[in-house]
Design a protein around this ligand. Structure first.
Ligand code: NAD
Ligand code: UD1
Length: 334
């Protein structure tokens, strides 16, 4: 009985594979390495002592997916595969709709064919849109998304609801991540985006390592404690553990459609992250305040009560861990 992890060599997928292997689960990875490197497999093996079987396939190919189901006894699927760059999705919407939607639908069709109905999906806080309050609760439902990437997440959530409505023997868990940052404490796994990063922590890493001159802080005139945007940053290892708990939940249930926020519930400002990073790593991060980034909200964070109560999951790591572990990984890339 194995768990198929699509996108299992990516940032969140690789950390989740480590936690699954540490729990004694058999893991099969499907990834086309469009945004990851084969060395991730060596890191997973060094950390866990186990090397999961990997299929280098595009998950939009039903034929390739079917081969995995024919060759292994797949009991459940965690679906991380997809494109995730917000800015690129605005410029190249068809690339995002093609990859993210076709991948998910093809995978679900193959699962249905093989009568495998346990599915965990990587969604995002972005699906809430702008609900007008900072604390996001699952019951609020989906709002208007601000970019094609976010729309693919909202659409796949809808597809999963329609699928469950049509056949309620499916056992589905939608996880809405807030802002995952940090890296494995070994320093061997982490996030290493190509090109100039868009997200805060990867950008800070490039400034800390001298590859970029300074951080641009997008606005200090928001209605927040110091005027900079506030987010619910979450350590990627806590997030990975959330997937193990979600799988445990599905193992206990016969069927259902479950939705959980995964965050810490505590928002931090851009300046909080900068000053904490400087303190724990003893590295100065030069920055400049620049105009707001279009589409950004002042503040939002997760209400995590449901995940706490129903999954028995709680984020354990704080922003000091996140800043230290991120840098520990980045240093190894130098
Ligand atoms: P990532 O890009 O590091 O990992 C995605 C992996 O999927 C990569 O290894 C890539 O090679 C693979 N992939 C992409 N398309 C594929 C395809 N068609 N077939 C096979 N493999 C394919 O991204 P991540 O940060 O690990 O995110 C994982 C999932 O979580 C994504 O679906 C993302 O949208 C979602 N998510 C991420 C964040 C975040 O901040 N990182 C937040 C919310 C949701
Ligand atoms: C962004 C996406 C969101 C996606 C998430 C994870 C946008 C508008 N939102 O969220 O859809 O799910 O990434 O991939 O792109 N900041 C700076 N300078 C920087 C980078 C960021 O000041 O160079 C600030 C931002 O204004 C924000 C905070 O840092 O206040 C976090 O930004 P980021 O890491 O990009 O995440 P989100 O915008 O929350």
């Amino acid at each position: 009985m194995a768990v198929l992890v699509t996108g299992g060599t990516g940032y969140i997928g690789s950390h989740t594979v480590v936690e699954l292997l540490n729990e004694g689960k058999e893991v099969i990875i499907a990834d086309n390495f469009s945004n990851s490197k084969t060395e991730v497999l060596d890191a997973i093996e060094k950390i866990t002592g186990k090397r999961p079987r990997i299929y280098n396939i595009d998950c939009r190919s039903a034929e390739s997916l079917e081969k995995i189901f024919e060759e292994n006894h797949i009991d459940s699927v965690i679906n991380f595969a997809g494109y995730k760059a917000v800015g690129e999705s605005v410029k190249l919407p068809l690339k995002y709709y093609n990859n993210n939607l076709f991948e998910a639908v093809t995978l679900l069709e193959v699962m249905q064919k093989f009568n495998c109905k346990k599915f965990i999906f990587s969604s995002s806080a972005t699906i809430y849109g702008d609900p007008g309050v900072p604390e996001y609760v699952e019951e609020m439902g989906r709002g208007k998304t601000s970019n094609p990437y976010g729309t693919t997440k909202a659409m796949i959530e809808q597809i999963l609801e329609d699928l469950y409505f049509s056949d309620n023997s499916w056992n589905i868990c939608i996880l809405r991540y807030f802002n995952p940052i940090g890296a494995h404490e070994s320093g061997m796994l982490g996030e290493n985006p190509n090109g100039i990063p868009n997200n805060l922590m990867p950008y800070i890493m490039k400034v800390a390592s001298g590859k970029l001159e300074k951080l641009n802080i997008f606005g200090n005139d928001y209605d927040t404690k110091d005027g900079t945007g506030m987010r619910d940053y979450l350590h990627v290892v806590d997030l990975a553990e959330g997937h193990v708990k979600a799988l445990d939940k599905l193992d206990k249930e016969d069927s259902g459609l479950f939705i959980y926020n995964l965050g810490t519930g505590t928002p931090y400002s851009v300046l909080d992250i900068v000053t904490t990073f400087e303190k724990v790593n003893n590295i100065k991060i030069p920055y400049e305040i620049v105009p707001r980034r279009p589409g950004d909200l002042a503040i939002y964070y997760a209400n995590c009560k449901k995940a706490n109560e129903e999954l028995g999951w709680v984020a354990k790591k704080g922003i000091e861990d996140m800043c230290r572990d991120s840098w520990n990984f980045e240093k190894n890339l130098q």
